[in-house]
Write a protein that binds this ligand. Structure first.
Ligand SMILES: *Cc1c(COP(=O)(O)O)cnc(C)c1O
Length: 385
């Protein structure tokens, strides 16, 4: 890599915050004990674990015993869906409602549940990328056990009316799960006010470490363990706790929650500068609603431009961006999210996702704008384009 890199792929992963790193260091070094050990160092580890749980609970508006630590968003999604599916099955309810543009951690778990005899249904996503509470209300059936709608989409950044959907579900006696992997750190979360029963988090999406996550499960909803083993996390998640990861995650979420409004305001300004600049490129189409989207998310399709080629040229100029989700990068299939909002396969293949963080500077925004403008022009004028 020649020259400085510009990182605009924060939806895929973020840089560890200095506060999270500092909080983790003692647990990567001198505090090596297992939190289950009864000796003094074990008790210190257990105290740190309890403190991290209390910090997470305070950031989400719940009680500490409603937080279950795990390895990340994928595990939290799988456990949330399986927990609710089994609770429903015990009451003879086997219908699970979700949406067509969920993360694959949700969609592929739903596909497994379907093969296991559950009746899963995916709501279509309106063209603006925002599912409505009315859609959810009219699709709930007497045998619906669970509604799972993501808090904010990871590709197009659109923010869902979570509190309204929570109210619809609560009134209907249906459990509500939301995948908040993208929302945490950028949007206010209050699981009580928003009437959320199950919520998934991933630390590395909000400047915490990779490989750490959490499931919030409302009191009374005992998460069904995915593995068998020890009694950690009240038996919901056996295995020695990832204490450095957990402590780092709690520090990152606490820090993000303390600065939520300023961060969102600063990011929104930069995001809207990017959107305005990219919208001026001929035949550029913004994917997802312009206003109801994450403060850090920009996603455009450029008609006639191959997204993969655009990414390669931007990469050569030191700009780290994405076409869509990191886990489907390199796949020839167009994004299921962009198809869900009605984009043609060719427009879906011409997408560019730029996701910024508080660390993105105004100068970097201008460099990105210039690079995308020049690269799109270059690709469109190439022979055969
Ligand atoms: C990143 C992400 C996940 C997966 O989280 P991991 O911690 O990487 O397993 C799930 N859902 C959404 C919306 C995400 O953005």
């Amino acid at each position: 890599m020649n020259g400085p890199m510009i990182y605009a792929d924060n939806a895929a992963s973020t840089r560890l915050s200095p506060a999270a790193k500092a909080a983790m260091l003692p647990f990567l070094d001198e505090v090596c004990a297992n939190p289950s050990a009864p000796h003094a160092m074990g008790r210190a580890a257990a105290a740190a674990l309890a403190n991290a749980r209390a910090q997470m609970a305070s950031a989400l508006g719940c009680d500490a015993e409603e937080i279950f630590f795990n390895s990340g968003g994928t595990e939290a999604d799988a456990q949330a869906l399986r927990t609710a599916a089994h609770i429903g099955a015990r009451q003879g309810k086997r219908h699970i409602l979700s949406t067509a543009f969920e993360h694959h951690a949700v969609l592929h778990t739903l596909a497994q549940l379907q093969r296991e005899g559950f009746d899963t249904e995916l709501l279509p996503v309106p063209a603006d990328g925002v599912v409505t509470a009315a859609q959810v209300a009219s699709a709930i059936r007497p045998d619906t056990s669970l509604v799972s709608v993501m808090f904010a989409n990871n590709e197009i950044g659109t923010v869902q009316p979570v509190a309204e959907i929570g109210a619809v579900c609560r009134a209907a006696g249906v459990l509500f799960h939301t995948d908040a992997a993208q929302a945490a750190g950028q949007l206010p979360i209050d699981v009580r006010a928003q009437q959320i029963d199950l919520l998934s988090l991933s630390a590395h999406k909000f400047h915490g470490p990779k490989g750490a996550g959490a499931l919030y499960a409302r009191k009374g909803l005992r998460p069904a363990p995915l593995l068998a083993g020890g009694g950690q996390e009240c038996g919901a998640r056996p295995g020695t706790e990832n204490l450095p990861g957990i402590v780092g995650m709690a520090a990152a979420l606490t820090e993000a929650a303390a600065h939520l409004d300023e961060t969102a305001a600063a990011l929104t300004k930069k995001r809207d500068r990017l959107i305005a600049g990219l919208a001026a490129i001929p035949q550029a189409v913004l994917n997802g609603d312009a206003g109801r989207r994450l403060p850090g998310n920009v996603n455009f399709s450029f008609a006639g431009v191959e997204g993969e080629a655009l990414l390669l040229l931007l990469d050569a100029r030191g700009i780290c961006a994405a076409a869509g989700a990191a886990c489907t990068a390199g796949s020839p299939d167009p994004s299921h999210v962009l198809l869900a909002i009605g984009r043609s396969p060719s427009l879906a293949r011409s997408a560019l996702r730029l996701t910024i963080s508080a660390e993105t500077t105004d100068a970097e925004i201008e460099t990105i704008l210039r690079a995308v403008r020049e690269t799109v022009t270059q690709l469109r004028s190439a022979p055969g384009a």
